[in-house]
Design a protein around this ligand. Sequence first.
Ligand code: DCP
Ligand code: MG
Length: 369
Amino acid sequence: MDSEPKKEYRKIIHVDMDAFYASIEQRDNPLYRGKPIVVGGSPEGRGVVATASYEARKFGLHSAMSSKRALQLCPEVIFIRPRFNVYKEVSVKLREIFSRYTDLIEPLSLDEAYLDVTHDKQNIGSAIEIAKQIRQTIKDELNLTASAGVSVNKFVAKIASDMQKPDGLTFIAPSKVESFIENLPVEKFFGVGKVTAEKMKKMNLFTGADLKKLTEHEMVQRFGKVGRFYYNIVRGIDERSVQPERETKSIGAEDTFLHDLSDIEELNAELDRIAQTTYNRLQKYNLKGRTLTLKIKFSDFKQITRSQSFSNPIWELEKIQEISRTLLISAGLEGKKVRLLGVTLSNFKERVIEIKKHDKTGQLRLFDD
Ligand code: DCP
Ligand code: MG
């Protein structure tokens, strides 16, 4: 007799370092160990703190709290100036540890990532075992602790990783996912901010189970488009894939003109402007490319590119403009009308990983190593 085909579940791990900046400071300076410390802010009471050690959290200190408030709650707290370079270095090493198990790594910030280990590189097979090994390796090689959540989708894995912090591992088995979500308070749901949570509570919706009573139509009516996402999530359905980081191979700018241009003076002026935008973008990401590519689209929509490579990186604005102009002239326009020009730099010395996510401060983060 045929048995029911077994449902194939994904194996998702969410790893999040414990009190990341603060733990690194305690690791590197024995005087800070076991003490309430915060990274960022100032003992004079200016600014906000980036994070608090678990010792400081006992006093109620937390990320984004004002230094003033932190001092009120814990007068003996030690303020530490952040060392972002060190945090970034640790982050790169973390990535390297993850990559021993899978290439499907989606970093969310310096200290946090999703891993899809459905088919792991070492054929370990068990996501729990992989999470254990990752946590142990982080201890052995980085002298830091991480918490991990293991489950069948991103949503549950992320909530799970937070459940036994610090230094915890939480597994939510496929058969437990539904009851797990039913018991979750509404504010734990992804994307439910304080305002929506209040709104839900006014509607007598306190837990996942309450949300589950509503039809898809009712969810959308009450919460807009995101209502459909919640509708699926409370049923354990979260098909979002783990999106690996993508390497940035080029940076550039292009523009289509209002009217097609043939006058070389006008074209040069436009080209200088586009090169300036490219230059600004390179500056933003602190990149220097060795290949410059000019793209030209003609009025008949035919497109050509002309590239030039150099042994030394090009990064000065004047240089980018000069090379672009030379490439434009050598393209032999011969009275043709141009509708678009583009200037791109590639062939970077640094390996640049662009993280498509926005970090907690809303900035697009770039990593290079
Ligand atoms: N961070 C920040 N500003 C915030 C939140 C965080 O600068 N508002 C920084 C400092 C943290 C790091 O990002 O150390 C990671 O953020 P987490 O939210 O993961 O917090 P922690 O790792 O510090 O603590 P936890 O153990 O709760 O994960
Ligand atoms: Mg963390």
